[in-house]
Design a protein around this ligand. Structure first.
Ligand code: AR6
Length: 166
């Protein structure tokens, strides 16, 4: 099976994929950045379902429906807050990508779009985050049943960091 990796500069809420990934916080009760944009686009039912989840640990992932989004599902993951690099941040960020893929596999999701997890408010260095995202997906895609992964960047710096690595 051929798997496609795409890198885009766009708003993730408009992606026409089976699932979009949300860079959430441990409460799963919404926030700013991509989290705010996804809740805004999906509508209030998303928050209602998130309330039933009782949060999510850093590096973990939980799945909800997508409501008013094109995407049937939202996979909520919680990236690490950058604290200088000696607090297991790299491994926790890799866990986010791995656990999202795992959920995608369990739900028969074929196409999934990821934002640049942790690179906004959580201040993870952009180049380092892009390298981890690409490597982790590359290492875990085989056998997952996922046929297309879209890395959705929202700014030129992240976009360039991904393009330079493929
Ligand atoms: N589409 C795609 N990417 C986006 C969008 C969008 N509509 N909006 C922002 N980004 P951030 P984090 C990019 O801060 O660092 C929230 O408040 C953004 O440019 O959204 O993981 C949560 O509730 C950046 O590259 O997430 C948490 O409290 C990337 O998404 C906290 O922020 C991630 O930036 C999580 O922080």
């Amino acid at each position: 099976m051929e798997t496609r990796i795409e890198i885009k500069l766009t708003d993730i809420t408009g992606e026409r994929v089976d699932a979009i990934v949300n860079a959430a916080n441990t409460s799963l009760l919404g926030g700013g950045g991509v989290d705010g944009a996804i809740h805004q686009a999906a509508g209030p039912e998303l928050l209602e379902e998130c309330r039933l989840m009782h949060g999510c640990p850093t590096g973990g992932a939980k799945l909800t429906r997508g409501y008013r989004l094109f995407a049937k599902y939202v996979i909520h993951t919680v990236g690490p807050v950058w604290q200088g690099g000696k607090h297991n941040e790299d491994e926790l960020l890799a866990d986010c990508y791995r656990n999202c893929l795992k959920l995608a596999q369990e739900h028969g999701i074929k196409t999934v779009a990821f934002p640049c997890i942790s690179t906004g408010v959580y201040r993870f260095p952009i180049e380092r985050a892009a390298a981890i995202a690409l490597k982790t997906i590359d290492e875990n895609l085989a056998g997952s049943g996922v046929e297309k992964v879209v890395f959705v960047c929202f700014d030129e710096v992240n976009h360039r960091a991904y393009l330079d690595r493929v």
